[in-house]
Design a protein around this ligand. Structure first.
Ligand SMILES: Cc1cc2nc3c(=O)[nH]c(=O)nc-3n(C[C@H](O)[C@H](O)[C@H](O)COP(=O)(O)OP(=O)(O)OC[C@H]3O[C@@H](n4cnc5c(N)ncnc54)[C@H](O)[C@@H]3O)c2cc1C
Length: 410
């Protein structure tokens, strides 16, 4: 990633468009509007809404929510998570990580996506930012946004593209950017925790080889989000998902979770998810800066995407506040965001086939090596900090502060 070009305007209050009213877009728009810029958010849906079930907020994402005054509400809306535990179908431990190994007060939060969305949306609506819905942005003409209908908006000094992993603006403005779809995705849903699995306050996973994987994330109020790995070819819109077959396989993999799976299969309300591995060589095309999944979508194996998007938003607002001009702001932004994003994208990409692929030997290797690796002190710290989102490279991580929180301005 690297080169910034054709942006020279001196900073004062800027006219900024944010495309996409998701996690990254809403956080960025709120922070930018509250630091004096004139911000308008453009969202394709008439009624912006989250898609999917629940997600895990890491100390990094929680630190940004704290700055937005939303951390307490997020914790109240979700469940405190103490760590990650993954076992094979035979009960062999392959991952056993705790945030407390990094700091006794550290934790993650499992939260329904709808709750996170509502918190960010309420905050956006209270900020000076404007929101334009039902606007599907498909192109940028110099400093103007162009809707699918042909309508134009602008001019803008800065356009923040936060239109998600399948970004139309990335496809249009960076046609050579790599963003392949992973061969595996998942179905996910939320169900009552009828088996008490969330009581331990852990994100728990069960695997068998590399083809079967189920995750259960407590998200508060007696509920868990279920993730079930599936190959892409079974997830196409035209494919029917056989929930009875899923129920049988999932309960055989994890008998203890049967009451939860039975309930979810009967309810039938599962969403499909596919992921992209997005790798940009530049984060910007002229005045258009990509953030969130549009810039660095990954598989959700490490539970970082929303947290990375929140961090992008914070760092962008800070860079614009501190830099003398837009070029310097872009450089500051890239300098801080490229290392952690590169690490998480690579680590996610390397790890995913060990959990989701047809390569059985990777599953044998995982089962043999990962459990013991979690017990080796240096490796355990590295894996724990990877989970917590605090790494900015293979060799370095930001230590948590005295209060167990991620120090945003370190
Ligand atoms: C199964 C699964 C589990 C996950 N678990 C976790 C987890 O535990 N922790 C974690 O941190 N992350 C997790 N993630 C990743 C996380 O969901 C994403 O990284 C995050 O939602 C990305 O936020 P974003 O704002 O960049 O994009 P999005 O949330 O996708 O928002 C993009 C917005 O842009 C809008 N938009 C799109 N195109 C246009 C257009 N042309 N014009 C106008 N608007 C447009 C969309 O409607 C949407 O509102 C998971 C993802 C999946 C699929």
């Amino acid at each position: 990633m690297g080169y910034i070009h054709s942006v020279t305007k001196f900073l004062g209050p800027l006219d900024i468009a944010v495309v996409g009213c998701g996690v990254a877009g809403q956080a960025a728009a709120t922070l930018l509007a509250e630091t004096g810029h004139r911000v308008t958010v453009y969202e394709r849906f008439t009624q912006p809404q989250p898609v999917g079930a629940g997600l895990l907020l890491q100390p990094t994402g929680l630190a940004v929510l704290r700055k937005l005054g939303l951390a307490h509400a997020a914790i109240a809306a979700g469940a405190r998570i103490g760590g990650l535990e993954a076992r094979t179908h035979r009960g062999r431990s392959i991952l056993d990580l705790r945030y407390a190994d990094l700091h006794p007060l550290a934790f993650g939060v499992g939260i329904p996506r709808a709750a996170l969305f509502d918190l960010l949306h309420g905050r956006l609506l209270k900020s000076p930012a404007k929101l334009v819905t039902g606007a599907e942005i498909v192109d940028v003409d110099k400093t103007h946004l162009v809707e699918a209908s042909g309508a134009r908006h602008g001019p803008f000094d800065l356009i923040v593209a936060a239109d998600g992993a399948h970004s139309a603006l990335r496809a249009r403005l960076m046609p050579h950017a790599r963003a392949p779809i992973y061969p595996w995705g998942c179905i996910w849903t939320t169900a009552p925790d009828l088996a008490g699995i969330g009581a331990a306050g852990l994100l728990r996973q069960r695997v068998r080889g590399t083809r079967l994987m189920m995750g259960l994330l407590p998200i508060g109020h007696g509920k868990v989000t279920i993730y079930w790995s599936m190959p892409m070819r079974a997830l196409g819109r035209s494919k029917t998902i056989d929930l009875e077959a899923w129920r049988r396989t999932a309960t055989a993999l994890w008998p203890e979770a049967a009451p939860i799976v039975d309930h979810a299969a009967a309810a039938g309300d599962v969403a499909r998810a596919t992921y992209r591995h997005v790798a940009l060589t530049h984060w910007n095309a002229g005045p258009v800066l990509f953030i969130g999944d549009a810039a660095h979508g990954t598989s959700p194996q490490l539970g970082q995407g929303a947290n990375l998007g929140l961090m992008d938003a914070w760092v962008l607002a800070k860079a614009l506040a501190d830099a003398p001009d837009l070029l310097a702001a872009f450089l500051r932004f890239e300098r801080r965001r490229v290392p952690p994003v590169r690490y998480y994208r690579s680590a996610s990409h390397l790890l995913t086939p060990f959990f989701q692929s047809r390569l059985a030997p990777l599953g044998w290797l995982r089962d043999a090596v990962m459990g013991p690796a979690c017990l080796v002190p240096g490796l355990r710290t590295m894996m724990g900090s990877t989970l917590a989102g605090t790494r900015h490279g293979w060799l370095s991580a930001t230590p948590l502060g005295d209060d167990g929180c991620f120090p945003l301005d370190a």
